[in-house]
Write a protein that binds this ligand. Structure first.
Ligand SMILES: [Mn+2]
Length: 273
């Protein structure tokens, strides 16, 4: 009975299956955590999502920005540029409605308080406490499952607001939070605002005005170890409080899994893509 986490698969079904074989994943006993971006760019989004749907409660998947592109495409949500994607295999499948319905019931943030982990696609804002995180996540999850799903997704095509404050409207708070959970990489030092332009690895970053989100002081980063995907140029990185596991499978780099042990220790596995 082991728990594994896998980063951004992005439709790379062949590589996903190869990695499951490598870790000897037993779907009757083991649990799989998926850090989001199951679909898009790679060739077999449908096969990836069907396999994970079949795992049922043995898989816990949080939504990534590419999963949102799929929802936006399904609903033809404006002004998302949904035409440029690569998941036609899902949209043209006879079970598309069922797949989208399943996707709309995935989490944005998964907390395992017993093991002391948070699973989220991009990251957690340094100023938030666990109550704020879980209440924002459940508001977003509720919107995705409800009748206003399309309207809600249309509001998400926005970089604003860039900074958090308690006086934002609930709509603004949901846009900001979704951007934190699914798109964030860097924050500006001066006011902790989101900076979306820079995507390079922090080792190559020359700007003094920004830092990776996980480098800011935060109570929440001390309380939990946070597992994320999303940042392929960062690659595998483990600190005391963060494990980044998107190792660029879709860019022909690696697909990575970690086995979650007690005391916040992990074992890393990867395959060449
Ligand atoms: Mn992503």
């Amino acid at each position: 009975m082991s728990t594994y986490a896998i980063g951004d698969i992005q439709g790379c079904y062949k590589e996903f299956k190869k990695l499951l074989k490598e870790i000897k994943f037993n779907k009757n006993k083991d649990t799989l955590w998926l850090a989001g971006d199951l679909v898009n760019r790679g060739p077999n989004s449908l096969d990836v999502i069907k396999y994970i749907m079949d795992l049922d409660s043995k898989a816990i998947s949080v939504l990534g920005n590419h999963d949102f592109y799929l929802l936006a495409s399904y609903f033809k949500a404006a002004p998302w540029p949904y035409q440029k994607n690569n998941f036609e295999d899902i949209l043209s499948n006879k079970n598309c409605d069922e797949i989208i319905n399943w996707l709309r019931h995935r989490k944005i943030v998964f907390e395992d308080s017993k093991l002391g982990y948070i699973l989220v696609h991009a990251g957690i804002y340094p100023k938030w406490g666990i109550k704020e995180i879980l209440s924002m996540a459940s508001l977003i999850e509720e919107k995705l499952r409800g009748e206003e799903c399309k309207d809600f997704i249309e509001t998400l095509w926005s970089n604003n607001p860039l900074t958090w404050n308690k006086n934002l409207s609930i709509k603004e708070k949901m846009v900001f939070s979704t951007n934190v959970f699914t798109r964030m990489r860097y924050l500006r030092k001066e006011n902790l605002s989101l900076e979306f332009e820079t995507k390079i690895c922090p080792d190559d970053n020359k700007s003094d005005s920004i830092l990776p989100w996980y480098d800011f002081d935060s109570d929440i980063y001390n309380r939990y170890k946070i597992i994320t995907g999303h940042w392929s140029t960062l690659g595998f990185k483990e600190t005391k409080n963060v494990i980044s596991i998107d190792t660029g499978c879709v860019w022909k780099n690696k697909l990575t899994a970690i086995k979650i042990l007690k005391n916040r220790k992990v074992v890393k596995y990867d395959i060449q893509c």
